[in-house]
Design a protein around this ligand. Structure first.
Ligand code: 7TS
Length: 414
């Protein structure tokens, strides 16, 4: 985690919550407690307004027409790129807009790895990866003859620098690891990974889906080659995300989509590509999404990422400790050090039933395998319940979750 000292007092989080219209409703007769932000976050009014303003006032395509509305749309789209790039410590020219983390990881897998990996090369992963950072590499391995290698986790689910060192070989050409786990909330030692990888020119791909919303991130300070993240988990619209890539790596990659707006010159038989990042943005992009994401980043920056990191961490740590103290509840992951998420099970009650009883009390959680089936296998479980916290949650929400679980016990007579 890149920490810069907080220069301002933390916001009043209960007041921050008022910026989110979705929280003004009751669900099943109760004030909504939204604990599913790892799946997608709620959206503040400022983001909704930015999207509405685009559609109402200047709903034009970008990078083509010369009329006034088109100019305004292009300017807003590119301003959003600059803002999102700066948010993760990158230059605008190294930030490709995608549909989300999944597309960004696929772009690296199909565009870069398929072209550069050879039989016998190794791709280093962990057993805790989201399927979006696993399945694309399985496909690359099948297509190129490269081999998947998994760095082991500790018994409590952590990835240590020692485990990375022990799993790295002279054949490792690429490592793809989540910055923060979407199930355990653990933060992985990316700098150590980068230091090892770059000694032998191996490429480091970071899945930032769960870190960008919560931690101050600097891709420059981390030194990663690629970093993929999604707007919708950080107060922005769905359907848009970004892939940061070191410009020289981006230039080594093939585009995923071919067509309009990604070319330099085209004749009947051939085409050449526009420079990065535009060669990866064929077709009309998600203009409203980018503009809304820019507004989301402005919203997060106003609150301060250090404050947000401390807040979501404190809530998750508090919830983990209080849930672990309940009879029949098992919490997964390390006791210390988790960011924003708590996965758990209630002994003898299926996670979906737990989620249903919580929902009947207006508490939204996710139950299932969380798109991390290999991790479920490593934990010797099929599935779990997951509560995930963000900047609009408060201690009162943790109280509601704990009370809700007591109700689960009463409901199922346990
Ligand atoms: N990587 C991680 C670590 C994630 O948590 C997710 C989404 C993705 C990749 C994929 O992101 P997308 O925006 O392309 O869909 N995670 C979850 C989750 O934990 N529950 O629902 C979606």
């Amino acid at each position: 985690m890149t920490t810069t000292p907080a220069t301002t007092a933390p916001p009043t989080w209960a007041a921050v919550a008022q910026a989110f219209p979705a929280l003004r409703q009751t669900v099943n007769g109760h004030r909504l407690v939204y604990l599913d932000s790892a799946a997608t976050s709620l959206k503040p009014q400022a983001v909704i307004d930015a999207v509405v303003e685009y559609y109402a006032d200047y709903p034009s395509n970008v990078h083509r027409s010369v009329h006034t509305l088109a100019g305004r749309a292009t300017e807003a789209y590119e301003a959003a790129r600059a803002r999102v790039a700066a948010f993760v410590g990158a230059d605008a020219q190294s930030l490709v807009f995608t549909r989300g983390t999944t597309e960004g990881l696929n772009l690296v897998a199909s565009g870069w790895a398929r072209r550069h990996l050879r039989p016998g090369d190794e791709i280093l992963l962990t057993p805790a990866e989201h399927h979006s950072n696993l399945v694309p590499w399985q496909q690359v391995a099948k297509a190129t003859g490269a081999r998947l290698v998994f760095a082991p986790l500790t018994a409590d689910g952590r990835l240590t620098a020692e485990a990375i060192r022990a799993s790295f070989t002279s054949r490792t050409r690429l490592a793809a690891v989540a910055h923060v786990s979407n199930v355990l909330g653990t933060e992985n030692p990316i700098r150590e990974l980068v230091a090892l990888a770059h000694r032998q020119d191996a490429v480091v791909v970071v899945d930032g889906a769960q870190s960008a919303p919560h931690l101050p991130v600097s891709v420059a300070a981390l030194g990663v080659d690629f970093f993929a993240f999604s707007a919708h988990k950080m107060c922005g619209p769905t359907g848009i995300g970004a892939l940061y890539g070191r410009p020289e790596r981006l230039r080594e990659a093939d585009p995923l989509l071919f067509g309009g707006e990604m070319i330099a010159e085209v004749d009947q038989e051939h085409a050449t590509w526009a420079d990065v990042p535009y060669r990866f943005e064929g077709g009309t992009p998600h203009v409203a999404g980018a503009i809304g994401w820019g507004a989301a980043v402005a919203f997060l920056e106003r609150l301060g990422m250090d404050h947000i990191a401390a807040h979501s961490r404190a809530l998750a740590m508090d919830a983990a400790a209080r849930l672990a103290a309940l009879p029949r509840v098992s919490v997964y992951g390390p006791a210390g050090g988790r960011q924003a998420v708590v996965a758990f099970n209630y002994d003898g009650v299926h996670p979906h039933d737990v989620a249903q009883v919580l929902d009947s009390q207006g508490i939204a959680v996710r139950a299932g395998h969380h798109c991390a089936q290999p991790l479920m296998a490593a934990l010797s479980i099929q599935s779990s319940v997951r509560a995930s916290f963000y900047l609009y949650n408060t201690r009162e929400d943790v109280d509601r979750l704990v009370d809700g679980l007591r109700e689960v016990g009463r409901y199922f007579g346990r």
